[in-house]
Design a protein around this ligand. Sequence first.
Ligand code: GYE
Length: 306
Amino acid sequence: NEPTNAAPADKPTGKKIVVGFAQIGAESGWRDAETASIKETFENDSNFELKFSDAQQKQENQIKAIRSFIAQKVDAIGLAPVVESGWETVLKEAKDAGIPVFLLDRSITAGHEDLYTSFIGSDFVLEGQNAAKWMLEELGADAKVNIVQLEGTVGASAANDRKKGFEEAIAGHAGYKIVYSQTGDFTRAKGKEVMEAYLKKDKNIQVVYAHNDDMALGAVQAIEEAGLKPGTDIKIIGVDGIKGAFEAISQGKMNVTIECNPLLGPQLKQAILDYKEGKELPRWIKSEEDVYFGQKAIDALPNRKY
Ligand code: GYE
């Protein structure tokens, strides 16, 4: 029985701000934390209504979701683009419909800044540089080091830039060689599989650089199963800062995690509110992040939020 008279006093009477969010999927602990942050932020604020779509890693599903948000005339669109390229047409459609698009966590190919309002996320090149910096300090700038790189999803900005930052930072160090570089799709299972296959051919590696912690943790398992000690025989570098990585560092099985903040819901909400008020938004709302290893990681573990 729908009440026909005035709205209940405890509910705001204004029109809700409808936000459509086109998420990538659920490939990693990081992604789950980001999804939870978005849902919590918008579902706990009665001024907002969230339409959430999970693309299961497929760009075409994200494009479909955006088109459906446009058809539903949402007030704002959030997009975590699975890959960097191929967004021009659909983002132009959103622009023509007058709907602001906010990129979250991953970015799109440079040169299309007019197609979105703001990018909220991390500096992945810097994360790659920080991974290399830790390694060079830990092992010495002149050491001889064979590296396996576990790359993220092919074409993703998070993978391209983490690779770029890392490779540029070691370029001047002749002893540091990436002997193998292969995608593990940002998943634990794929990280393990790729590492397993490589260890069957060659065990002479000193470092695994994984573009996320899930793949690093998969590699840890593969290394243990191959009879080697991850963290000692082979140093393990991950990115993200998920709890599992902090636990593995505490157990000495992993060495360092380069933090990347997934708790972007509140920043997205603020950006939408600022936009609605007509405020000028920065092109890039950058996350502040740290590098965790050794005792610092052990001390931080109890307070990790994801
Ligand atoms: O590092 C990885 C995830 O886009 C920054 O995607 C994100 C990355 C994150 O699946 O774990």
